[in-house]
Design a protein around this ligand. Sequence first.
Ligand code: 13P
Ligand code: SF4
Length: 323
Amino acid sequence: MDDSKLTTFTSKELIEKILKLKKQKNAVLLAHYYQIPEIQDIADYVGDSLGLAQIASKSKADIIVFAGVHFMAETAKILNPDTKVLLPDLEAGCSLADSCPREDFAKFKARYPNHKVISYINCTADIKTLSDVICTSGNAKQIVESFPENEKIIFAPDKNLGGYINKITGRNMLLWDGTCEVHDILSTEAIINLKVKNPDAKVVAHPECKAQVLELADFVGSTTAMLKYTMENSSNKYIVATETGILHEMHKNSPDKEFLIVATDETCSCNDCPYMKMITLEKIYLSLENEKPEINLPDDIMKKAELPIRRMLDISMKMNLIK
Ligand code: 13P
Ligand code: SF4
């Protein structure tokens, strides 16, 4: 089947075909909250990076179709070496992962031989092999605090998340100079403008945002944590400093509340990750039908990268962050 034939299928038809193929092939569709609503609605599981890693680690499916970006599908493959892991578009990368090339990071690490390395999951499998433990935005504080206070630590690749964790834990981790292009661009001006017009709204922000933005927030957390906050908090209005996709779950869980995304410019009320939005219903259908593009990694990389990911899952389990 080539792409051109797909234009004849409606979204409804594509959804029917995906659901049928999933059943036939014992496949699961895992989706991040930044996927388009139509994909979130047919996924077997929708979550943040921590939830997705945990679900992937427990998967019994023959095929995992990952509606997310490359480092997420890689993590699923590392945790399930014998499972076929499909990423419907191999170009779906991540600016944060790209900001930390292996060679440069290896040189940086060599300059600080007595430091432990904590890497944010938004990095390549190569960087994971150079790490002692992985973290996500949902457990970064607890992972950092699992090390003794005087431990010397390198945190990579997100300097905004690392800086925020330094601030709330009082640590002084060395930070790799990487950012997420979707969160780093959000400005204090855009938030203040929304706040002036909506003084009763609470501000929620993802820790990949700049420190100045986080200072304006009533709540800082991972996508799942922000979602939970908006469900439990008594306010009826929220200014949301993260990617647009999360609004779908926020609206679903709190239909009577209002959510205002912090936009990057005045032409839209959106802030989309261009990599997450490369995944479409058409591409999911094609990848399931053809069982490609598949994620494959050399065995030695898989083995070395698995260790720090498993450490993260173990610590998160012990701390009741996951069940
Ligand atoms: P979480 O969903 O884990 O908070 O991560 C956000 C993100 O940028 C994923 O790429
Ligand atoms: Fe990477 Fe940022 Fe997109 Fe997440 S939102 S995949 S960190 S570029």
